[in-house]
Design a protein around this ligand. Structure first.
Ligand code: AMP
Ligand code: MG
Length: 510
């Protein structure tokens, strides 16, 4: 299609969207104006039509040529003001005062059809001033992984950044061996991270920290109750709000066996959305010590450690916010630690809300009973090496008088007997409390389909090695319907054979 540089048009469509770039405008100290490196031969691999139509009707009307031009980094759409964002962060516990978008760019903030502000951001769009030793590039496989994980989490009702587009660049990216390159465009409520606050705190930049605080409060407004509890201290209110969002998020991850894999403070968003999917994976056999990431050698980010790590990260946010809190140094410290100490209670309540649904019990079911029954079930899954997803989903059939399929996962003898006893007790508890187990709640809270690691690998490998996107699209379709009972999805509900599952490792893909 013809492109005219003078008019900013491709064909007869103007590349303009409803941008309003508040971050670039309000926080110039926290970013660098930058441009994506144009893909030499952009070719669209994925386009999120459903997301585009929620965002912007003009965007949804763009043809492939427009999309490849913009999301391949060739054209900057009118109104966009791309910047590389600065941030710091604790990576695996060690602090780096300057990380930043080394291979990412905030293209601009779009005001969507509902008047909501969202970030459109690239990943893999070339080196920036924050690139350090990196090449600024991303490979097709890891970018398509971001699509699958984001869409899966979203379909599961878990807050997540989502992929809008993946465009192959037509370049080779040198890794262990050369891989085809790609640019991901993702959409999120913002890209403010704990590490964004750490960036200013590490520089002792009090004025910058205050501007960031004002900005963050404006953009991710804490609930009125937080302001009240914080007696008007905006920093404290923000800390409370972020703590609540992240506690809820991690509780939801735990419910579906999701392991983020790199819960560094630069990968934890203030909005409470899941962000930055590197070596993440859904757990198969239920085991709290599960780690899939090849770079997490000490199990810092294992499944069962995620709540504790979230709290640790929030303590780092509290430290960064201390200079802009109110009161004497002693009062600030006390107030901030007071908030961090609430994490366990907030998390326990959020977790109980997740388990309550997974048990099919109603709102009246009390936290302690919910926790005890859920924990006992998980202990059985762990003791008998049962798949997390199948172990929970099996409750749907069991509640309808068909426990056999589920019991098979527990082997012969003692395992099946113990599971049978738990099932009877779970149902008896509901009956004696005067409720019934709600089958629709069970079905909605216990997905049948998750992006299984072996299937993700197969799909990404075919896409990366052979340019064959069939398996990717089939898997994407499946993970977008996690609770469906469509028999066609059966292959996506099966666990990997044990020898395949045991060998699974994910790589950061940087
Ligand atoms: P991540 O592990 O993707 O969250 O990235 C951690 C930090 O490393 C961020 O500052 C990234 O921008 C940077 N980074 C990762 N990969 C690359 C790359 N290929 N080129 C430049 N910077 C990178
Ligand atoms: Mg990151």
């Amino acid at each position: 299609m013809a492109h005219d540089d003078q008019t900013g048009m491709i064909g007869n469509i103007t590349l303009a969207l409803n941008f309003d770039n508040s971050y670039a405008r309000d926080l110039p100290q926290a970013c660098v104006p930058w441009r994506a490196q144009a893909a030499p031969r952009p070719r669209e691999l994925f386009w999120n039509e459903a997301l585009a139509s929620v965002l912007d009707t003009d965007l949804a009307a763009w043809g492939r040529a427009q999309r490849e031009a913009v999301f391949g980094g060739v054209e900057v759409p009118d109104g966009a003001q791309p910047v590389a964002q600065a941030y710091a962060g604790h990576q695996f516990g060690g602090f780096s005062p300057q990380l930043g978008d080394g291979r990412a760019l905030l293209l601009g903030e779009l005001i969507d059809r509902h008047g909501q502000r969202v970030d459109l951001a690239f990943k893999g769009s070339g080196r920036t001033p924050f690139a350090r030793g990196g090449d600024g590039k991303a490979a097709v496989g890891p970018m398509l992984r971001e699509v699958l994980i984001g869409e899966a989490l979203h379909a599961l009702g878990i807050p997540s950044t989502r992929a809008l587009a993946v465009v192959a660049t037509g370049e080779w990216v040198p890794r262990d061996h050369a891989l085809p390159g790609a640019i991901l465009t993702r959409v999120g409520h913002s890209h403010l991270r704990i590490g964004t606050f750490q960036y200013f705190a590490a520089r002792g930049d009090q004025a910058g920290l205050q501007r960031l605080l004002d900005y963050a409060v404006q953009r991710h407004r804490p609930a009125a109750a937080c302001f009240e509890q914080a007696q008007g201290d905006a920093a404290l209110a923000l800390l409370m709000a972020v703590l609540q969002r992240q506690a809820r998020l991690v509780a939801q991850w735990m419910g579906v066996g999701f392991i983020h894999g790199v819960m560094n403070t630069d990968n934890m968003s203030l909005s409470g959305q899941s962000i930055d999917f590197g070596p993440c994976a859904f757990m198969e056999v239920h085991d709290p010590s599960t780690v899939y990431s090849s770079i997490d050698q000490h199990g810092r980010y294992a499944y069962g450690r995620q709540p504790a790590i979230a709290q640790w990260n929030l303590a780092r946010l509290a430290e960064a916010l201390l200079p802009v809190m109110q009161g004497s140094e002693e009062q600030r410290l006390e107030a901030a630690s007071g908030v961090i100490d609430t994490f366990d209670a907030v998390f326990d309540e959020a977790m109980a809300a997740v388990w309550r649904l997974k048990l099919g019990w109603p709102d009246q079911a009390e936290g302690p009973a919910v926790r005890r029954w859920a924990q006992d079930w998980q202990a059985l899954l762990q003791a008998h090496r049962v798949d997390h997803t199948q172990g929970w989903r099996g409750l749907v059939d069991a509640a309808q008088g068909r426990p056999q399929g589920l019991l098979q996962h527990f082997g012969e003898g003692a395992g099946a007997d113990a599971a049978q006893r738990w099932l009877e007790g779970w149902q008896a508890h509901a009956t004696s409390a005067g409720w019934s187990i709600d089958i629709n709640t069970l079905k909605a809270a216990n997905p049948a389909v998750i992006p299984r690691n072996h299937q993700v690998e197969l799909a990404l490998q075919a896409a990366s090695d052979d340019g064959d996107l069939q398996a990717f699209h089939a898997l994407l379709d499946a993970v977008r319907r996690p609770c469906s009972e469509d028999p066609a999805l059966l292959p996506y509900t099966q666990a990997a054979p044990p020898e395949v599952a045991a060998a699974h490792r994910t790589f950061c893909g940087t």
